[in-house]
Write a protein that binds this ligand. Structure first.
Ligand code: RAM
Length: 344
């Protein structure tokens, strides 16, 4: 060993030390799982979002971290840099090998991640899905951000108000496999069919929560449907890219845009009139609640069964509903009048 260090020199030792420090961070990502330090404690809970470096999930992670501080637990976030279910699987495997207490996951595909999650559960790891559910038998509890039906229907209503309930519209979604967006789109279609006979959904496109793909998809929609009246983008990545794309071809305010976004990413587009209104829940509270539920499961304070009630710190009390789902609460609609009251 001594000989090895003599050969490699002191800079190699510094490099090894730096690598060890780097591996202890709370947020890691990229194509392959990065080793992380194991806590040894019970409340060793890891978040695995659809993708890292997405402001929506970063805010949720801050909420998770806050709950960890409140509960004296450990928090870390790992995940792929692109929203891709296949890329999530090795992270699940690594977290299972590390014997974390719980994995809190937003699935890019409910089924693709299910075998790895079931394997984790069989080894005693608790699984909580948040934001985008996974197959029900591959998790203990799902933390739903808001009532899915209400989100889908209200998105259509928000757009209808802006286009006089008439004309061609399109949806710019995330991954075609994402359970959250697909559920909302299902309710959008129903809302259109039952309430808006003069609005036609001409196309649903999938930007995969990738900024450039979503930007290009928006421009392609405008080219393909020159009479397009509006776009709904129920993804924070998609709506921000769509706003930029509309402005790049001077269609801001001419083709209506609504959807789900973060106030900080969309403030400028609300102020310049490209977006009149959009909605979202507080992702920080979603992360807080998800961590809390994971912690209660790890500590055996709840079992995750329907009808159980519990208190989630600063958020108050909740009940586990049908299909083992906990509902965070109603979303907020943001517009020029209130957007400056929000900072996330
Ligand atoms: C993106 C993701 C996430 C979704 C939000 C609204 O950040 O697709 O799953 O809930 O948008």
């Amino acid at each position: 060993m001594k000989k090895l260090f003599q050969t490699l020199g002191p800079s190699f030792l510094v490099f090894v030390l730096l690598m060890l420090v780097a591996c202890g961070g709370t947020t890691t990502g990229g194509g392959t799982p990065t080793p992380t330090t194991s806590s040894g404690g019970n409340l060793n809970i890891a978040f695995l979002p659809k993708q890292i470096n997405n402001p929506y999930f970063d805010t949720a992670a801050k909420g998770g971290q806050l709950a960890a501080t409140d509960l004296k637990g450990q928090f870390k976030q790992v995940g792929p840099s692109t929203a891709n279910a296949a890329a999530q699987v090795p992270f699940i495997t690594t977290l299972t090998e590390q014997r974390v207490g719980a994995i809190v996951i937003s699935g890019d595909d409910p089924n693709a991640v299910a075998p790895a999650l079931k394997q984790a559960m069989s080894q005693g790891v608790k699984v909580v899905s948040y934001d985008a559910d996974v197959a029900p038998d591959a998790r203990n509890v799902f933390i739903n951000q808001a009532n899915s039906e209400q989100i889908g229907r209200s998105e259509v209503d928000l757009l209808a108000q802006q286009i006089n309930s008439a004309g061609q519209i399109a949806v710019l979604s995330a991954a075609s496999t994402a359970a959250n967006q697909n559920t909302w789109i299902g309710f959008m279609k129903d809302e259109l069919a039952t309430k808006y006979p003069n609005m036609q959904l001409v196309k649903v496109v999938y930007g995969n929560d990738d900024d450039q793909t979503s930007f290009n998809d928006t421009l392609a929609l405008l080219q393909q449907y020159p009479n397009l009246k509006g776009i709904i983008s129920p993804t924070t990545v998609g709506i921000a890219a769509a706003a930029r794309a509309l402005e790049s071809v001077k269609k801001g305010g001419k083709v209506a845009l609504t959807g789900l976004g973060t106030p900080n990413q969309l403030r400028q587009y609300v102020k310049d009139g490209t977006i009149k209104g959009f909605e979202l829940w507080d992702p920080g509270n979603l992360g807080y609640l998800a961590y809390y539920v994971a912690a209660l499961l790890v500590e055996g304070k709840i079992k995750g069964t329907v009808g159980e009630t519990f208190t989630a710190g600063k958020l108050g009390s909740y009940t586990i509903g049908a299909n083992n789902v906990v509902l965070l609460g109603p979303p907020t609609v943001f517009n020029a009048a209130n957007i400056d009251n929000f900072n996330f």
